[in-house]
Design a protein around this ligand. Sequence first.
Ligand code: ADP
Length: 582
Amino acid sequence: MATKLYLAEGNARAKATLDLTLQALDGHLRRFETLPDLLADHDDVRAALTTPVDLAARARLNQWLAQKSAQLDSLDIYVMTPDGMTVAASNHERTDSFLGQNFSYRPYFQAALGGEKGRFYAIGTTSGVRGYYFASPVRTAAGAVLGVIAVKIGLDVIEAEWRSQDARIIVTDPEGIVFLSSDPAWLYKGLRPLTPDRLERSQQSRRYADVRLVELPNNRSDAWGVNSITLADGAGELREYVIVGRLLPRADWTVQVLLDSHALHVQARLALATGMLFLGAVAALGLAFLQRRARLAERFALQESAKAELERRVDERTADLARVNHLIEAEVAERRLTEAELRRTQSDLVQAGKLAALGQMSAALSHEINQPLAAARNYADSAAILIDRGEGARAKDNIGHIMSLIDRMAAIARHLRQVARKPDAPLKDLVLADEVAEALALVGPRLAGIAVTQAVPSDLPLVRGGPVRMQQVLVNLLSNAADAVAEVNGAAITLAATVSGGKVQLTVRDNGPGVSAAIADRIFDPFFTTKQVGSGLGLGLSISYNIMKDFGGDPRVATAADSGAVFTMELMIAIQQAEAAE
Ligand code: ADP
C-alpha cells in the first residue's frame, strides 16, 4: 500500500519534473526559433546567395555571422545555397568549418528549401557536436527561395543541468532513439527495437552522423497505473524506473523523466518505517497517554474511593460518636435517675429506719409502760375491792405495788430523757477505781453467781468525765455482761484498766456468747436490742456511746478469742489532780 502510494507519488513527482523540463526546453528552443527568419532577411545573406558571387560580401557575412553567433550564444550560423552547399558560416575560421560542406541531406535544409521552417536535432556530421538546427529559407524580395540559413544551437547546457537532478531525463526522437540524456550511457540508444525502417530513416538524415546506434534493452510494466521501465544503467546494472513522457510538439521530441523505483521503494520503506515509527511513537504516546489517563483515572478512582472510605469512616465514627454520645447521655440520664432513686431510696430508708427505730421504740415503750400500767390497773382494781371488803392491809400492799410500778415508769422516763441529754455538761477529773467500785455496788445484786474480777488500779492517772455518767456507762456495760453470761456456767466478768497511748483503756470482759459481726456495728444504735420485749429498750449502749463521746473517748466492741465480748472505753487522762466526788 505504501509502495503504491509512493509509486504514485513518484509518478506525480516525475510528471512535475517533466513539466519543468518541457518548459525549459521549449523556452530554450523558442529563443532561437525566430532567429533564422530574422537573419535571412539580412541583405548580406541574400547577397551571399546571389550570382555572381560577391566574395567581399561573403567575407563580410562570415564576420557578421560569427559575431551574431557569439552574441546569441548559438553554436553555428551558416548559409547554404539551394543545393545544400555552405557558402557562409560563423565558424568560417575553424578548421572544421562548415564552409564548403553540403547539408542537403538534412531534413531541416530540405524543409527550409521547401519554404518552411526547418528543425532538426542531430550530431554534426562535420563537427561531431550535437545540436538543434533551426533553418529558414532566404528569399528574394519577390519571395523566391535563394537558399537556406541555419542556426545550430547546443543543448549541452540543458543536459548538464539535468545531471544535477535525482530524476533521469531523456529525450527521444520519433524513432525512439535517445539523443539527450542526463545519463550519458543511454545516449544514441534505441528504446524501441531498431527496425530496418528506423535505421534507414536515421541513416538518411544522418542525424547521428557516424554514431553506431544500438538498442537499449528495456522492459516496461504497468502497476497501479504507473508506468515503469527497467533499464541497465551506466554500470550495466538493471534498474527499474517510474517513467513519464510527453511529446514536445515544437521539436517533435519525446521528453521522458525516469525516477528510480528502488529509491522510491527505499523511500517508501523509509517512509513506511518512519510512518510506522511515527505511528509507533504516536501509538506509544497514545498508549502512554492512555496509560497515564488510566493511571490518573485509577489514582482518581483510588482517591475517590479513599475519600469515600474516609468519609464513610468519618460518618461511621461520627455515627459511633453520636451513638456513644447518645449512650453516655442515656447513661448520664440513667445515673441521674439512679442517683435520684438512690437518694429517694436513701431518704426512704432513712425514713424507714426512723420508722423502724420508732417502731422499736414504741414497741419497747409500749411494753415497758403498758405492762406496769396494766399491772397498776389490776392492783388498783383489786385495792378498790379490798377496800370495799374492808381488807385495808391488803389494799395497802396493792397500793405499794402500784407505787413501785410508777417508779419503774419514772425510771423509763428518765432513761428517755437521757437519750435527749445535754451533751455540754462540764467534765471533771475522776478516780476511775472509785467509779468502778460504785458501779459494782449499784449492779451488785445482778452479779450474783458471777465471778467478777476487778483489775482497775487505784493509782491510775485521773481521767476526764462526769461521775454519774461514768457510773451510768459502767452500770450499762456490767448489766449487759451479766445478761450475756446469764446462761453460762462459770460466768465471769472482768473489769480492767490500763494506760496506753496517752489514754486510759477501760475494758469490761465477759465469757458470754460474744457479739456477732452481723450486729457489731449496730449495737450502739438507739433502740437496737436482741433481747425479749420488755427485757431491754436498746438504749443502754447508745446512751453509753454518746457519754463516752462527750468524754472524748471512743467506745469499741470486740469478741474475745476465748469467746465472750470485750467492751473497751477510752478515757482522756486528766491534766489536773483529781477532785473528790462530784
Ligand atoms: P439492751 O441491753 O436493752 O438490749 P443495749 O443497748 O444495752 O440494750 O444492748 C444492746 C444489745 O447489745 C443487746 O440487746 C445485746 O444484744 C448486745 N449486747 C450488749 N452487751 C453485750 C454483751 N456483753 N454480750 C453480748 N451481747 C451484748
